[in-house]
Design a protein around this ligand. Structure first.
Ligand code: C2E
Ligand code: CA
Ligand code: CA
Length: 748
């Protein structure tokens, strides 16, 4: 025993040399457990090592006096670096047994076990040392202060190394985990911020600030576009703490020269840079993208795991690459590449929805270039694109700077204007119509404008807002190209009403709810004789009462339902003719568009055949509009006539076609419109003209029908002018089928 003490006291000389290796700077301690049943050993060991600082940390002693106690100590504290373990305690092998339990039961392989024995002669077998993972073996007398120090020092180094390796493994796992979550970030900015946060946490770096740079072109956040940079330049895509103000800037905008130079050096050498003041990690990916992460702070170079940092950097690079693709995809969905405006999706998601949520008052203005398709058709796509770009610039210059601009599709633009005053559409339309310059050409375009103002209480979605403005535009185009139309609540009701009516009309057709009224046509030659009827459709609506054709036929014509309606009417007429032999001739009205349907002739023929109706029992009334469409129409009319169809021209005098053109058409009769008769009062010319027309028709062997005859004088005039047939309230109003049948029964 006494040797032991003397050794420690005598061994001063070596202290200086050992102290030199002491590293300062850390606050935590090394925990060393003394497990020995002799109290004096505890005291001596503490005394020998108490004031020492090894590898930057002071020593903290923990004591146990039996193997049992020792086991409890190690189970409750997993940060014990070294165990100084007595072999003989409760039993001669208590120490060895404890060593085994530490390794096997506690699974602790990092703690360094130094076996100490009092008997110089006692030496455990080598198998025991390896089996129990005993790190060192000393007799108690061997442990002089110097020796004790060097043994502990080596053990601590090993322990530190083992722990670091274990942490590396954990760290690697953490990097993999964190990368997985980073990969879900959809914007470069979010991704980079996440990477910066994690690098500090993962590597325990107490940094003053950290930032991430990325090479261009970077399809990044809109924030970045505020300060456009050269494509090749690198810019800061995320920054924390002291570097925060650098966000969005270029490397050369960094004030600190060392930082700036380090970044340039990192990028030029394509290697990480490490010093005790900063770390600069080089990032790159297979697709030539480059970047860097710069961390400033007191870097503990000893304790930093460089391998892991490199792995991390690689992961961040790949993650950024990934995000870049995401960003590009979003970019394409949200931004129009041609004009850099939002797309339809973009303006709804990024602007309108938020504006609604924030309760803002704003207007949506939709602009449509009139006849733009003619530009692309005649001058090409590329030229058309140039026109669109200058037009985009034009609208940007007219509307307030804080407006949000979008290109909805080809030549249709939307502008969200944050102003509670209504927009001056006339002004906008006029400014847009000013000449624009494309490739040295001076071009002028008319623009249709639809505007719709929104108040928070409207409570509409972005999509609905846009659609309302589009309805306003559609109406503006219907009314007048090159003009504007504001969306008013009544417009909304009107268009909603129209859509509803259309649905109901479809149902009414399917359930045969529409009824035919018949208006007699009267001969002017054999006065008073009914020579036929005109079928006029009516819609007995459950709630709205009898709806006149002028209220729903135009809706059908605009929506494409006209053909179904026409066929419905023809079939109804055929049915009436087949069931009521008293009625010998019925005329029906055909929508202008139906004449363009290639299946028309066959469908009509089939109906006649199905009901056994002859061609001379049915008359088709068409308007001038039908023929203005040209093309196949004349062909169709000729085919119809050759099959025996009777065709009458309706509403004559309301269109603008020349008489000679109309008379060249395969027509059997002309119906002079009511408006002609109304003019007879005011002008002699009208009378002369009408007489002239009638006589030409007669020369060409076409019958003349005068419609809308309400007065005796009108009737007298028609007779005098030589018209054949008259139709009007003076004789009969449109009547129900039964009345028409009764009328004909009386006549025969
Ligand atoms: P339209 O073909 O010119 O039909 C004549 C319209 O003038 C009918 O109105 C008729 O009731 C009305 N009328 C007849 N005599 C007089 C009169 O003396 N004075 C006045 N003020 N009006 C008279 P309705 O039935 O309301 O039909 C209006 C228009 O709706 C028709 O004009 C026609 O263009 C269209 N229409 C009616 N039925 C059908 C149909 O079955 N199919 C298609 N496609 N259009 C139809
Ligand atoms: Ca008619
Ligand atoms: Ca008419």
């Amino acid at each position: 025993m006494s040797d032991f003490f003397i050794d420690i006291i005598d061994d001063d000389g070596a202290d200086q040399g050992q102290e030199a290796e002491v590293v300062s700077g850390s606050s935590s301690t090394w925990k060393i457990a003394i497990i020995d049943d002799e109290e004096s050993i505890h005291q001596v060991t503490r005394l020998a090592l108490s004031s020492m600082v090894i590898l930057g940390r002071p020593i903290e002693f923990l004591s146990a006096y039996s193997a049992k106690e020792g086991f409890e100590l190690l189970s409750s504290d997993d940060e014990i670096a070294v165990v100084l373990l007595d072999v003989v305690m409760e039993n001669p092998e208590a120490g060895l047994q404890l060593a085994r339990r530490i390794r096997q039961e506690l699974g602790n392989h990092n703690t360094q076990i130094i076996l100490r024995t009092g008997q110089p002669g006692y030496a455990p077998e080598e198998v025991v040392i390896t089996e129990y993972e005993i790190n060192d073996y000393k007799t108690k007398s061997e442990l002089t202060r110097t020796k004790l120090f060097s043994t502990i020092y080596t053990s601590l180094r090993t322990y530190q190394h083992l722990v670091a390796m274990e942490q590396s493994k954990l760290g690697l796992q953490k990097i993999i985990d964190s990368s997985a979550s980073l990969f879900q970030e959809r914007s470069i900015r979010e991704f980079s911020e996440g990477a910066l946060l994690q690098i500090n946490a993962l590597f325990n770096i107490h940094s003053e600030g950290i930032f991430c740079i990325s090479s261009g072109p970077l399809a990044g956040d809109r924030d970045m576009i505020v300060a456009p940079l050269e494509a090749e330049q690198h810019r800061i895509v995320a920054a924390t703490d002291i570097f925060k103000s650098y966000f969005g800037k270029a490397i050369d905008d960094i004030d600190d020269i060392t930082t700036k130079q380090t970044l340039h050096r990192t990028l030029a050498s394509k290697e990480h840079q490490f010093t005790n003041k900063y770390i600069c990690l080089f990032l790159n990916t297979p697709s030539q993208w480059e970047g860097a992460i710069f961390i400033k702070g007191d870097i503990d170079e000893e304790r930093l795991d460089y391998e892991l940092l490199s792995v991390f950097a690689m992961n961040v690079s790949l993650g950024l690459e990934n995000t870049k693709f995401f960003t590009q995809l979003t970019q394409m969905a949200y931004y129009d590449m041609l004009t850099q405006f939002y797309t339809r999706h973009g303006v709804i998601d990024r602007c309108l929805n938020t504006a609604v949520k924030n309760g803002e008052i704003f207007s949506v203005c939709i602009l449509d270039i009139d006849y733009f398709h003619e530009v692309t058709e005649s001058l090409g796509f590329e030229y058309g694109n140039k026109v669109l770009v200058s037009f985009a610039n034009r609208i940007q210059s007219i509307l307030p700077a804080d407006s949000v601009f979008a290109r909805l599709h080809s030549d249709v633009f939307a502008v969200v204007v944050f102003d509670d005053k209504p927009l001056d559409m006339e002004f906008i339309a006029k400014q847009c119509a000013e000449a624009i310059h494309v490739d040295g050409d001076k071009l002028r375009f008319g623009v249709s404008v639809g505007v719709s103002q929104f108040l928070p209480e409207d409570n509409l979605s972005g999509e609905e807002l846009l659609r309302q403005a589009e309805i306003a535009l559609k109406l503006a185009k219907e009314v007048r190209r090159g003009g504007g139309q504001a969306f008013t609540p009544s417009l909304a009701t009107e268009s909603r009403g129209r859509i509803q009516l259309l649905g109901e009309l479809r149902e009414a057709l399917a359930s045969h709810e529409l009824v035919m009224y018949l208006q007699p046509k009267v001969s002017l030659i054999e006065e008073g004789t009914v020579v036929g009827f005109e079928a006029l459709v009516r819609w007995p609506h459950k709630e709205k009462g009898m709806i006149p054709p002028n209220d729903f036929v135009p809706v059908a014509e605009r929506s494409g339902l006209y053909y179904e309606l026409d066929m419905y009417v023809v079939e109804a007429c055929c049915k009436i003719l087949s069931e009521h032999s008293e009625l010998t001739r019925i005329a029906f009205n055909l929508s202008a568009n139906s004449l363009n349907r290639p299946e028309l002739v066959d469908d009509l023929e089939n109906l006649l055949a199905r009901y056994g109706v002859t061609h001379d029992a049915i008359v088709m009334e068409i308007t001038e509009n039908s023929m203005a469409k040209g093309g196949i129409v004349i062909d169709t009319l000729e085919r119809l006539q050759s099959k025996g169809w009777l065709i009458h021209l309706d509403d004559f005098g309301t269109g603008y076609s020349s008489l000679s053109y109309l008379l060249d058409m395969p027509l059997n009769a002309i119906k002079i419109d009511r408006s002609f008769l109304l003019q007879l009062h005011d002008s002699d010319n009208a009378a002369v003209l009408l007489k002239g027309i009638i006589s030409i028709c007669k020369d060409l062997d076409k019958k003349v029908i005068v419609e809308g005859v309400e007065t005796d004088s009108q009737k007298a005039f028609a007779m005098d002018a030589g018209a054949d047939v008259a139709q009007g309230y003076l004789f009969y109003k449109p009547m129900k089928l039964e009345e028409a049948v009764d009328l004909m029964k009386k006549q025969s």
